[in-house]
Write a protein that binds this ligand. Structure first.
Ligand code: ADP
Ligand code: MG
Ligand code: MG
Length: 546
């Protein structure tokens, strides 16, 4: 074996063993004890001022932020007046996550405990008609059985419990966590593993958050290369958009920080490789996916697009290469460097952006466009998963961009016998040249697309909850990336000087922990359990005693 090959083997094995043991429970065994010891809660007097800088609405502190929600639920459990409401909430959450065949039994249990006026934990704040309806419907065990109850419950908690929570020790504890979350992030918190891929401005490596053991991907953007190639705008857009979206179908940004040479985006680690690799390289003699597999990925991509579009973001760069698989075989959209966010009140944008062979006709003709361009790229992507070739160019075909553009604008798409009639119909609907007639996003959702015959067997509720089994599970011992020497190195950037203006930009970029993913990490890896210690009942922990 040559030295290069050996390097890959050594790097792969370190990486495989680190990530193999990183299901949440084992993460703690891989932690760096010294770094873990640095995660400690300050005394409450150091945090009280944070209240004045935070958004204190119910949604934000009691529902969206995982640590906030957890402490709020602990508060409910602790208060006689809210115990029943807290219990009902947990019970409904369990119901939502349960398998279809357990539902009626779970529903009945919940009804007996909380909807029956003879029960100790009867929730008298629920309106009578809601109680009646749930009792009536419980035997059907539908997914949305408690939808209305949940709205009532949350409204009740917001009106009755929120103010008391904000005066409680549980909220004080939340402020301590918020303080910890707000500490700056530097490279010493991360341990790099092997390179996973190469981007335009630097490498993407696997890395581990040393204090918790959680594995991430670290996308590095070389400062000088960014400056030389005018990459600042794209970098800040990508960071801003990634920090804003929270969907299981889009990679999540957990940290943004800087080193002397790079800006770093620490994101969800997607170990399973990209769809392009799976379409062409896993089974080279038999490229492409069976339709059911392509349909599963397409459905997950639709959920990702829907979330982006609901947040007024146009992706513009959907293609198999940018859709990545995780350990379980679920996919997420990545690489949001070409995305744009439409300001409120403005529904179109302009500009040439995307990948040749994927860009929609209206974009190529320099017209104004909206989300519709992303459904054209979805059509190209679905086509390519089935046919193992793009609709407008063959793999390896030497063809000028001008010719590809001409085909996109004028040529009808050919379908081989690999396409079922429903799959062909979906592609045709997505690849419509006129955006007005194209399938896509209407009335703030993708309902029309989801109702296509192609998705007849899809259980969208379970898909969106991450409960459907993927059609293919990546082998945990395989590294679905090119060998290190094939990834290729970067040349050094010469003749670029960094000044104060650049430094100001880097500061803006390096905003540190992104609250929701950071809190998820603390919960998932058990760090919150270790830190959230309470004294014996009736006593106040020393760090909250003021
Ligand atoms: P660029 O915007 O410069 O093209 P990308 O975001 O596409 O950079 O990343 C470059 C490559 O790094 C990808 O093609 C992929 O192989 C790998 N990569 C990117 N993000 C991740 C991730 N979250 N997990 C695993 N690998 C990734
Ligand atoms: Mg890319
Ligand atoms: Mg990019």
């Amino acid at each position: 074996m040559d030295i290069g090959g050996l390097e890959t083997v050594v790097a792969n094995s370190a990486y495989v063993s680190a990530r193999g043991s990183v299901d949440a429970s084992a993460a703690s065994t891989l932690r760096d004890k010294k770094m873990r010891a640095k995660l400690k809660l300050p005394h409450i007097t150091q945090c009280e001022h944070l209240k004045d800088q935070m958004d204190l609405n119910f949604q934000s502190i009691c529902l969206r932020q995982p640590i906030g929600k957890r402490l709020f639920q602990q508060f409910l459990e602790d208060q006689e007046a809210f115990k029943a409401a807290g219990g009902l909430w947990k019970s409904m959450e369990e119901y939502a996550a349960s398998e279809e065949n357990e539902r009626t039994q779970k529903a009945q249990k919940t009804v007996n405990q909380f909807f029956d006026s003879a029960s100790k934990t009867f929730c008298s704040f629920l309106e009578e008609k809601v109680v009646m309806r749930v009792k009536e419907d419980a035997k059907h065990g539908r997914a949305d059985l408690f939808k209305e109850t949940e709205q009532h419950l949350l409204k009740h908690l917001e009106d009755q419990a929120l103010a008391k929570y904000k005066d409680s020790l549980f909220f004080a504890r939340f402020l301590q966590f918020k303080w910890l979350e707000g500490q700056s992030v530097t490279e010493e918190w991360f341990l790099d593993f092997r390179v996973l891929g190469k981007g335009g401005f630097g490498e993407v490596c696997a890395c581990q958050m040393r204090a918790t053991g959680k594995m991430y991907a670290n996308k590095k953007l070389n400062k000088k290369r960014l400056k030389k190639r005018n990459g600042y705008e794209g970098a800040i857009v990508e960071k801003r958009i990634l920090a804003k979206v929270h969907s299981r179908f889009i990679v999540t940004l957990a940290y943004a920080f800087q080193t002397k040479v790079d800006l770093c985006l620490v994101m969800t680690l997607m170990n399973g490789g990209d769809l392009r690799y799976h379409v062409y390289n896993v089974d080279e003699k038999n490229p492409g996916f069976p339709e059911s597999r392509a349909v599963f990925y397409t459905a997950q991509i639709i959920c990702g697009l829907e979330h982006l579009h609901q947040n007024r973001i146009i992706y513009r760069d959907l293609k198999p290469e940018n859709v990545l698989l995780d350990d379980a075989g679920h996919v997420r959209l990545s690489d949001l460097g070409l995305a744009v966010e439409l300001p409120e009140g403005k529904d179109k944008t302009k500009g040439y952006a995307g990948t040749p062979g994927f860009m929609a006709p209206e974009l190529l003709q320099n017209q104004e466009y909206d989300w519709s361009v992303d459904y054209f790229t979805l059509g190209v992507t679905l086509y390519e998963m089935i046919e193992a070739k793009g609709p407008f160019r063959s793999r390896g075909e030497k063809v000028e961009n001008k010719e590809v553009t001409r085909r996109i604008l004028h040529d009808p798409v050919q379908y081989s016998e690999k396409f079922s009639p429903t799959c062909q119909a979906a592609c045709e609907g997505l690849l419509a040249k006129d955006p007005a007639g194209r399938l896509g996003f209407r009335d703030n959702q993708c309902a029309q697309l989801k109702a296509l015959p192609l998705f007849q067997k899809m259980n969208w509720g379970r898909l969106e909850a991450g409960l459907l089994e993927p059609p293919f599970v990546p082998d945990p011992k395989t590294v679905y990336a090119k060998d290190i020497e094939e990834v290729g190195a970067f040349s050094t950037v010469k003749g670029v000087m960094l000044d104060d203006q650049d430094k100001a930009f880097y500061e803006e970029f390096s905003s540190g922990n992104i609250p929701i993913p950071w809190q998820e990490e603390m919960v998932e890896t058990g760090v919150i359990r270790e830190l959230n210690i309470w004294g014996p009942k009736g006593t106040i922990p020393r760090d909250l005693d003021h």
